[in-house]
Design a protein around this ligand. Sequence first.
Ligand code: PMV
Length: 341
Amino acid sequence: MQVLESVPPTAPGKATVRAGSNIAFIKYWGVDDATINLPQNNSISMTLADAHTTTTLQWLDQGLAATDEITLDGTRLDAHRAARLVRHLDRIRALAGIDWRVRVVSQNNFPMASGIASSASGFAALTTAACYALGLELSATRLSALARRGSGSASRSLFGGFVEWERGQDDVTSVAHQLYPAEHWALYDVVAVVSGAEKAVSSEQGHGLAASSPLNAGRVASVPQALDEVRAAIAQRDLARLGPVIEQDALAMHAVMMTSTPSLFYWQPGTLEIIHALHAWRAQDGLQAYFTIDAGPNLHILCEEADIVAVQTRLATLTSVQQVIVSRPGPAPLLLDEPLF
Ligand code: PMV
């Protein structure tokens, strides 16, 4: 089923969009249908204000270009590296009934290998810019469904603040919606980077391996209750309630990864060093900070504004922390007036 009707585009235009990345509190890990990125379970995330992708996209009328020209963080992508993005543009071309190519310049304001999901902000920005530039007036819900096809977590970056992606049943119903706007709660995501190395196995490949873990069914069965807890904790702005649930789901997801065939082991020694340190800071000093981990070795530490300095000061004492990136909750994708070219 198609998400969008085929709407004739007005003219090949140009648009610039900034979209925030997001950090999941309850994770998306594993797909029931890989062709449309239909997840096994709902997920909940916070869109990030300070980790974003800005994308300028221009449609080029027939004859002007034979291939899509995509530049990411200053580097022109070769056919191999551009393939996933071109596949996504092909979906949009098919929906709009066009065969125009594009010129894209995209810029992350965070290092690609920082443990912040560039695919989420990247596909949210690309999808939104591509549709705007075609004059397609699509709701955020429809853009969410379309962005999901590029990268599942991108479906959540179409909304600001605190967001839930409903598993749904198919390509139309598997979409995200906002639970609360960014202003609801000044929660901070402090990313402790322990390794900037590019991951050996992408999350796209990893989703296909989840079902091979004997622990997968157990994790998926535990998610509905965890989602209830997370919704309630966000509603009440209760970090002491949110923290233990998000830590458990991150650990459950990594247990699934580690016990998949083949095993996916994203942790580094530094990952464990920070987990132990965080436990000690909470137990001994009462520091209110909790972690989650995506498909990589870096920790995302969630805390409130009052504890930002304490968290940063403590992280600076750990030898394995290479870099720290701090972000607040952020808005939905924004249309910008200043193009990148
Ligand atoms: O959207 P993807 O395919 O990059 O998957 C994201 C997977 C996690 O970041 C590990 C979890 C999540 O829900 O964001």
